[in-house]
Design a protein around this ligand. Structure first.
Ligand code: EZ4
Ligand code: CO
Length: 403
């Protein structure tokens, strides 16, 4: 039996913070998982170090599902992003180990490829509409056939997904979150104009996506969906906070715009109503935040029954390890639709070496045994953790709203 002999947490900040879990076995096999939770990194690091690592020592590394059940059901205080990210890191590291032990890429262990390559989308943003159109052209020149478009809003200084300076990273370094002023009415006046311009510019074939980032009431969401119908979006993302899932019914009554939700959800139970009532078209959970390959695979299987497709979250805070894991799952999952691919800071390339690759608008996990992503611990040590937070949004009257 190949038992777990060590479970170590590596926190590093090559351009942004990443938390990785390294599991070592008695046979000397090393598996990596991603435990990054944007703006709450050290909480997951502590959960793993203080409460999970000691329980892993001596366990059979081959028992991935049993370990998942032990960490989920075996903890009375379960669910939640911190817990599920920690479990996800263990799960991915154990799949990595199983792949390395078998000498097979993980997608082979999941049943083998059901597609040759994975369609991906990236982000294009510009503060002015003209800058957004230029950004779309740049991303198309890189081969992307699907692009998420976000623009600035007249009268606001900060808007989710876009900066005045160009490059965009949601978390800001510092010991407290930046505070931004948000005005939903101004956004609702401008977003249809910017997206119509994007469609007009790009022509009919480009898959266009847009992220409302949890900011709308149900009736605002319904209105935006209707206004965007002529734009023919591939999806409109996170229209409402979706904690209250009943409200999605109201939105569905009013618009046929495809809806994508779920990057902040961590379990199949949080998706249950959204999927079984067909309130969404795409599940956005990440391998790292939703309990790893084992659990996201279950969410995808439930979604398949209801013709809902998997489209994993892939911003810069989903590390190259979780990106690799998502690609193995995507290659082997029939109802996988598309993978978000925002890219990672250049310095992250010094810490993470990955077998997955991008070419011509598509991603592939590669054929290295396991997940195919290794963490260079010496390089990681050169980039110590830096406090960083996602912003907080306030309305013009100073009250806090959803960011
Ligand atoms: O705001 O990953 O679709 N992508 C997104 C991201 C999220 C960040 C939060 O950590 O909405 O930009
Ligand atoms: Co999003």
């Amino acid at each position: 039996m190949d038992t777990i002999t060590a479970a170590d947490v590596v926190v590093t900040s090559p351009g942004r913070n990443y938390v990785s879990l390294k599991i070592t076995t008695s046979d000397g096999v090393v598996g990596w998982g991603d435990a990054t939770l944007n703006g709450r990194e050290l909480a997951v690091a502590s959960y793993l170090r203080d409460h999970v690592a000691p329980l892993l020592i001596g366990r059979d590394a081959a028992r991935i599902e049993d370990t998942w059940q032990y960490l989920y059901r075996g903890a009375y205080w379960r669910r939640g992003p911190v817990t599920m990210t920690a479990i996800g890191a263990v799960d991915v590291a154990l799949w990595d180990i199983k792949g390395k032990t078998c000498g097979q890429p993980v997608y082979q262990l999941l049943g083998g490829a059901v597609r040759d390559r994975i369609l991906s989308y990236t982000h294009a943003s510009g503060w002015e509409v003209s800058q957004l159109l230029d950004a779309i052209d740049e991303k198309r020149a890189l081969g992307f056939r699907a692009i998420r478009a976000q623009s600035g809003v007249p009268g606001l200084d900060t808007v989710y997904g876009v900066t005045k300076s160009g490059s965009y990273e949601p978390a800001g370094r510092g010991t407290a979150p930046d505070e931004e002023v948000w005005d939903t009415e101004a956004y609702l006046r401008h977003a249809p104009v910017a997206m119509a311009a994007a469609r007009e510019h790009a022509g009919p074939e480009l898959k266009l996506l847009h992220d409302a980032h949890h900011r709308l009431t149900p009736i605002q969401a319904a209105r935006l969906g209707k206004a965007l119908e002529p734009v023919d979006l591939y999806w409109l993302e996170d229209v409402t906070p979706a904690e209250n899932q009943e409200v999605l019914r109201r939105i569905r009554q009013h618009t046929t715009v495809p809806l994508a939700i779920g990057e902040v959800f961590s379990t199949i139970w949080e998706f249950q109503q959204l999927i079984t009532e067909q309130l969404i078209d795409f599940v956005r959970a990440a391998v790292s935040h939703a309990g790893g390959i084992s659990h996201l695979r279950r969410i995808a299987a439930l979604a398949e029954v209801w013709q809902v497709r998997l489209a994993p979250h892939g911003p810069s805070d989903v590390s190259p390890v979780a990106m690799g894991a998502a690609l193995h799952l995507g290659l082997a999952t029939p109802n996988h639709a598309i993978q978000e691919y925002m890219g990672h800071p250049e310095l992250a390339g010094e810490v993470f070496r990955h077998a997955w690759s991008y070419a011509d608008g598509h991603l592939h996990p590669g054929d290295a045994p396991g997940i195919g992503v290794e963490v260079d611990e010496a390089a990681a040590a050169r980039f110590p953790y830096q406090p960083a937070y996602l912003p907080v949004a306030r309305r013009r009257d100073g009250s806090v709203t959803d960011w």
